[in-house]
Design a protein around this ligand. Structure first.
Ligand SMILES: Nc1ncnc2c1ncn2[C@@H]1O[C@H](COP(=O)(O)OP(=O)(O)OP(=O)(O)O)[C@@H](O)[C@H]1O
Ligand SMILES: [Mg+2]
Length: 236
């Protein structure tokens, strides 16, 4: 199976070359674990390799994400300028719509921001899609609606042969009975272990599932440096 580099050397080794091409991988973990950083590495490397990428943001400002990328020496702006990378911000569009509709007294209820809408309109030439985060779907929908929405998103991306990362915070993941983990082709969890006496936190990346790939080492220690994520030690 062909793979796309994750943009992190140690992770490519663990993943037998990288993310499986054309498939969807779920990334989950607690706040501040490094989920967005994982996505930024993948986008940066994919653009460097000349792939067309889309980043869909649902919770944070585009400006903040670009600045976070710069802080770990991943400058995405040249790729935005060249058109290799597009950023769609559901959150900012929603804010603009709220401003707009409130002028007409309709309020929040008429605001409908939809990831599927973006994906349905995207060009068939897109190679890589990162959605940060699909956790909003867990808040907006009940479990059945979430499953429907997530499978629609997955099917559009699979049909377009996009290699995709779905980022989802751990609380939303648990709230939706970890359904997205069963539905995705692969599942990567970031986790941390606090040592209260030393005051140090250890961070682990756990490749819980990767269909059609042998992942001999599942747990690995990592840290986040000014150069981004770095795999330190791997454990069987
Ligand atoms: N330039 C940097 N140098 C060192 N560490 C950094 C740097 N930038 C971010 N970090 C670390 O990375 C963490 C944030 O990672 P990231 O934003 O990817 O987390 P996340 O899992 O997406 O969190 P959330 O669920 O809140 O979106 C911070 O808590 C910080 O410790
Ligand atoms: Mg994040």
């Amino acid at each position: 199976m062909e793979s796309l580099s994750t943009g992190i050397k140690g992770l490519d080794v663990l993943m037998d070359g990288g993310y499986p091409k054309g498939k969807g991988i779920l990334i989950t973990g607690p706040p501040g674990a490094g989920k967005t950083i994982l996505g930024l590495h993948f986008l940066h490397r994919s653009c460097q390799e000349g792939r067309r990428c889309i980043l869909i943001l649902t919770r944070e400002l585009t400006e903040d994400i670009l600045s976070q990328a710069r802080s770990i020496k991943l400058d995405l702006e040249p790729f935005l300028e060249s058109g290799l990378l597009s950023i769609r911000n559901v959150f900012e569009d929603k804010m603009n719509k709220i401003k707009f509709v409130s002028k007409f007294g309709k309020g929040l209820c008429s605001v409908d921001a939809d990831i599927i809408e973006y994906l349905s309109a995207m060009s068939s030439e897109v190679d890589v899609v990162v959605i940060d985060t699909i956790g909003v779907l867990a808040i907006n929908y009940d479990i059945k609606e979430f499953a429907d929405e997530f499978s629609s998103i997955s099917i559009i991306l699979l049909k377009n042969e996009c290699t995709s990362l779905f980022i989802m915070d751990e609380d939303s993941y648990n709230l939706t009975h970890r359904l997205a983990g069963y539905m995705a082709f692969g599942l990567i969890r970031l986790m941390s272990q606090e040592n209260f006496s030393s005051g140090k936190t250890k961070q682990y990346i756990y490749i819980e599932k990767m269909r059609e790939k042998t992942v001999p080492v599942k747990y690995s220690l990592f840290d986040i440096t000014p150069e981004g994520m770095r795999i330190i030690i791997s454990m069987k």
